[in-house]
Design a protein around this ligand. Structure first.
Ligand code: SF4
Length: 238
């Protein structure tokens, strides 16, 4: 698309950064009809990751092709989810969002929270309408869960979002052998102390799914809702 050239350099537009596109979803952007752009690559290696091909694979689709797709569906869609992998790591993402916005789309970002400088840029430019932030684990378990040392980035991203006006959610995937009830209590307290108020989504680990590492069958025994506080309502997302 010729208009991209104004904002996205030829190199950035030509690089194939997207692994795939889900053309239609009613589940991934709360209350919106959306498509999903799956960005290839991630700076974490979560043991339960459901998207090993996306995390370890290379991109197949460039920004221009993605914009052309959205253009072709713009009358059917309300929003675009930027997911992955970790979308905030990719060059030209702000320019890409600017172009998507011109097509009348709302923008949701799925992030592991590891790149607060980029998220800050997107927030300051008003380019994001909704953020889903993964809260992977306690600091003690963060490396075992993600094979990364990026907890501090997550913490900064959380503070950024709490101090912004953008709608966002915090969510945690729980495998029974990886996070205990004590861990979850600590994580709720941490959110409270940071000043988070709202819903905290718990997602059960999905058994019998291909993940980055082989995990044992997970049987949840925690009454998550009982860990809710006056400020934080825990909702199990099924
Ligand atoms: S689950 Fe972890 S490894 Fe998989 S995409 Fe998300 S942050 Fe990356």
């Amino acid at each position: 698309m010729s208009t991209n050239k104004e904002y996205i350099s030829q190199n950035k537009a030509a690089a194939k950064r997207l692994y795939n596109i889900t053309p239609f979803t009613l589940l991934d952007y709360p209350g919106k009809i959306a498509c999903i752009l799956w960005f290839a690559g991630c700076n974490m290696r979560c043991v339960y990751c459901y998207n090993p091909d996306i995390v370890l694979g290379k991109g197949n689709i460039n920004y221009s092709e993605a914009l052309a797709f959205i253009q072709s569906r713009k009358h059917l869609l309300e929003g675009v989810v930027l997911s992955g992998g970790e979308c905030t790591l990719h060059k030209g993402i702000a320019a890409l969002i600017l172009e998507i916005r011109k097509l009348g789309m709302l923008i949701k970002i799925d992030t592991n929270g590891s790149n607060p400088p980029m998220l800050n840029i997107l927030l300051r430019k008003g380019l994001v309408d909704y953020v889903a932030l993964d809260f992977k684990a306690t600091p003690e378990k963060f490396f075992d869960m993600t094979r990364s040392t990026l907890f501090n980035g997550f913490e900064s991203t959380l503070s950024l979002l709490i101090n912004s006006t953008v709608d966002f959610e915090v969510r945690t995937t729980v495998h029974a052998e990886l996070l205990s009830e004590e861990d979850l209590k600590w994580m709720v307290t941490f959110l409270e102390e940071k000043g988070y108020k709202g819903t905290y989504y718990i997602q059960y680990y999905i058994n019998n799914t291909r993940t980055l590492m082989d995990l044992n069958y997970s049987v949840q025994r925690i009454n998550f809702e009982a860990l809710s506080t006056p400020d934080i309502r825990i909702v199990v997302r099924k």
